[in-house]
Design a protein around this ligand. Structure first.
Ligand code: ZN
Length: 789
């Protein structure tokens, strides 16, 4: 080998080997958790595990800071290989003259190396390692990356590390919004971070900043006017409080994404408005010892969360469970699931919007639902029952739909919190027997609205439209088109449900609805759980969903804590801020018109005299035909019922008659004066047995009555009740063929029965009789806790 070449190689090796052996600067210190809004502004942050405010690295270096930093620290940054021989020699000379290290001659790259080594004492040995590391860093990283490392890790005094944390703590703004004066001050600070503390060396910091500003002016980065104004700007002040715009969400990410910078979907202006609204209502709620409320706003289009207020941020709230994130808390649903059942029944064709549903005293073992105002209407239309949130008709509807089916439907639409089997919840599921969170509830409403919107535009379904809300920007994987076959609810069933939910008339018990009557475009529902513990209100437009909860985090109920009085006012205040001009569009392509009986709301039968057409889901074509219109045979005056056996057939008038079952009739006719009861049979005529005159209200035929374990062997007290079309008729009661008693007007008795199978018989004075078999068993079943409002 050529001798010269050997020397060159050895020389190269002598230089390169130490560089390769030197450490590559890395930063492993724990990071703060930083939560940003959709526009990148800071919503909140939590300190790093080592007590430092050290924000995770950001994607870019702010322009003004970069210019200021390079001008101040290292003008040849973009040209040198990590070390600047000229400045090193200059530094060496001044150090030798001074007899100690007064100048480092460090490049930005060398400073990165020094910071990564924990700012060790300045010795010549340490300096050499820094230089070698800097060269290595230049080999393996780009200039931009090195600059970013500096910006993220430079010390800014106290426990503040990195430009981002410094800008927020000292100036209360993002580093992207720094003025030239601020950028210059922050460029100077890492060199002597102790200058930042107010009152201490402020003159030195100011003179260094001003000198740098003048240099930047000479380099034409800023004009003369900007320079004059910049020189007048105050220096960065004392470290202040970081923004706390979404404390519960920040806590959530501190738990789940610690040390990360999370770019959320929150709209900062709306978030601020929602906090304001919650806090202003909370002041009123506090007067009634209701200490917590929460609100979430979700965009329908993509499920992005626009506002997330997990709890009020008032001082009083802080003393009463204010740290609980109510949006994620599981609470009793009250009536808030009723719309899902209604939609499911429209989709399956089990009911039409105006189908009459029984609203009569209803008792199940251990479970006796009551309407909010404790009244009975005999029968109400399904959509009225939904908009008025009547409990008994809802339970009857669930009985028809089947709790097992309903539970499956809830799961398909996106609820994950109903873990128990259907028989655990029983019929009380529709009244708050299960628990869910504001998060899931709002997610499901957003999914339903999304399904409807897509169908209007694309005339098709996409099962991936059902998904939970999205909190992190671009955090959700892309959606794929799938077949329309397995959708849980059709667009038409959702539209019909929203139609009912847009009705402004609300139960009289829930006063104040008039106040909301201007909000025609909002489909909304309230819910109140048993014992006034949870007040819910959720509303949707084609664009967004607003979910509100009010109550006490510790579960304490309060009189007057209802969905309409406590939660709905918050919902409507936020709705009024956001507004909407859009209404849900009817998916007419997927619907059909159906001729229905005007009195019963069922599909019209041949005997229904008054009919009209309504829009329905396609399955409505298979729905039941009106069971209440019967042809009755009357005398000429239409005052008595006759048969061909007791009257001249030529004189008999056949007429359709609207006949409700006895129990429904009893209550229905009290609220409907136009209801005509059947004329009595003519003397000597036998009654038409196809129209029952009596009906058991309780027990329900075939029911199993469970008795508590400690009462096994004892007689169980039950209270049977019969509805008679003519209450003045006497009824004779028999239990297992043994006469018990006679009743008149009030056909309710009390009996004692032992375990086993029983038959209860009621016979009226005309000889009409009905039977009811029931059994009493000692097997314990969970009592359905459905005594909800
Ligand atoms: Zn009819």
């Amino acid at each position: 080998m050529n001798r010269k070449l050997k020397i060159v190689l050895i020389a190269a090796g002598v230089i390169i080997t130490p560089v390769l052996l030197s450490p590559l600067p890395r930063f492993k210190a724990p990071l703060s958790t930083v939560v940003e809004a959709r526009d990148g502004s800071l919503l909140g942050a939590r300190i790093a595990d080592d007590g430092q405010w050290r924000f995770p690295p950001s994607d870019s270096v702010p322009y003004k800071f970069e210019k200021a930093l390079i001008t101040f620290e290292d003008k040849y940054f973009y040209y040198h290989p990590g070390i600047n021989p000229v400045s090193i020699i200059r530094a060496l000379i001044s150090n030798i003259k001074a007899g100690e290290i007064v100048s480092g001659g460090s490049t930005i790259t060398m400073q990165v190396a020094r910071i990564s080594r924990g700012n060790r004492p300045r010795t010549y040995c340490e300096k050499i390692i820094e230089m070698l590391s800097a060269v290595k860093l230049e080999i393996f990283r780009s200039k931009k990356e090195i600059l970013k490392m500096y910006v993220s890790n430079a010390p800014f005094g106290g426990n503040t590390v990195g430009l981002d944390a410094a800008a927020w703590r000292y100036s209360g703004i993002s580093s992207n919004n720094l003025s030239w004066a601020e950028a210059a001050a922050y460029a100077v600070l890492p060199n002597s971070p102790s200058l930042v503390f107010p009152g201490k060396n402020q003159e030195i910091l100011k003179s260094r900043r001003d000198e740098l500003l003048r240099k930047l002016y000479r380099k034409n980065y800023l004009d003369s006017l900007t320079l004059v104004l910049a020189l007048e700007e105050p220096l960065p002040g004392e470290p202040g409080q970081l923004p706390s715009e979404a404390p519960h969400l920040t806590d959530y990410f501190f738990k789940n994404n610690r040390g990360e910078r999370v770019h959320t979907t929150l709209d900062p202006a709306l978030q601020e408005k929602v906090i304001e609204t919650i806090n202003s209502h909370q002041k009123t709620l506090e007067n009634n010892f209701i200490f917590n409320s929460a609100c979430i706003v979700v965009s329908v289009e993509n499920g992005e969360v626009l506002a997330y207020v997990g709890n009020s941020t008032l001082t009083e709230t802080a003393l009463h469970g204010g740290d609980v994130d109510i949006i994620q808390a599981l609470r009793s649903t009250g009536s808030i699931l009723k719309p899902v059942l209604y939609a499911g029944m429209q989709f399956s064709g089990d009911i039409l919007p105006n189908t009459l549903v029984p609203d009569v005293p209803t008792r199940f073992p251990g479970f006796s639902p009551k309407n909010f105002d404790r009244s009975f209407s005999g029968a109400v239309t399904a959509d009225y029952a939904l908009s008025q949130s009547l409990n008994i008709p809802s339970v009857r509807m669930l009985q028809k739909y089947d709790p097992e089916n309903f539970l499956a439907l809830l799961k398909k639409t996106g609820f994950t919190t109903f873990h128990k089997p259907a028989n655990y919840y029983g019929l009380s599921l529709i009244l708050g027997g299960g628990e869910t969170s504001l998060w899931e509830l709002s997610g499901v409403y957003a999914s339903l609205s999304r399904v409807l919107n897509r169908f209007i535009v694309e005339k098709k379904y996409n099962v991936t439209d059902y998904h939970p809300p999205v909190l992190v920007k671009d955090g959700e994987p892309g959606k794929t088109d799938t077949s329309a076959l397995s959708i849980p609810l059709s667009a038409s069933s959702i539209w019909l449900t929203y139609e009912a939910l847009q009705r402004v008339n609300r139960p009289e018990s829930e006063t104040g609805w008039q106040y909301f009557s201007s909000s025609q475009n909002l489909a909304w529902k309230t819910g109140t759980s048993f014992g006034f513990r949870d007040a819910w209100a959720v509303g949707t437009t084609p664009e967004y969903v607003i979910g509100v909860w009010a109550g006490n985090a510790d579960g304490e109920g309060r009189p007057g804590l209802t969905g309409v009085t406590a939660a709905a006012p918050i919902l409507f205040d936020i709705f009024n801020v956001m507004g909407t001009s859009k209404s849900f569009i009817q998916p007419a392509e997927e619907m059909t018109t159906i001729k229905v009986c005007s009195q019963s709301g069922y599909r019209a039968g041949p005997d229904c005299p008054d009919t009209h057409e309504i829009w329905s889901c396609l399955a409505g074509l298979r729905s039941d035909v009106c069971p209440y219109h019967k042809i009755v045979h009357l005398n000429k005056a239409k005052t008595l019922r006759v048969t061909s056996a007791c009257a001249d057939p030529a004189e008999i008038i056949n007429e359709p008659w609207f006949v409700l079952p006895p129990a429904m009739e009893y209550f229905y006719k009290q609220k409907h004066p136009e209801y005509k009861t059947l004329p009595p049979p003519a003397p000597g005529c036998t009654d038409d047995k196809s129209i029952p005159v009596m009906e058991f209200i309780y027990p329900t035929p075939g029911v199993k009555i469970f008795i508590p374990r400690d009462q096994i062997g004892l007689l169980t007290r039950i209270i049977p009740e019969v509805a008679h079309r003519n209450p003045s008729k006497r009824i004779y009661w028999h239990l297992d063929d043994r006469y018990i008693t006679t009743t008149r007007f009030m056909h309710q008795i009390e009996i004692l029965a032992a375990s086993g199978l029983h038959i209860l018989t009621a016979v009226d004075e005309d000889g009409n009789s009905i039977h009811c078999s029931f059994s009493i068993t000692g097997t314990i079943e969970r009592e359905s806790g459905g005594r909800t409002q």
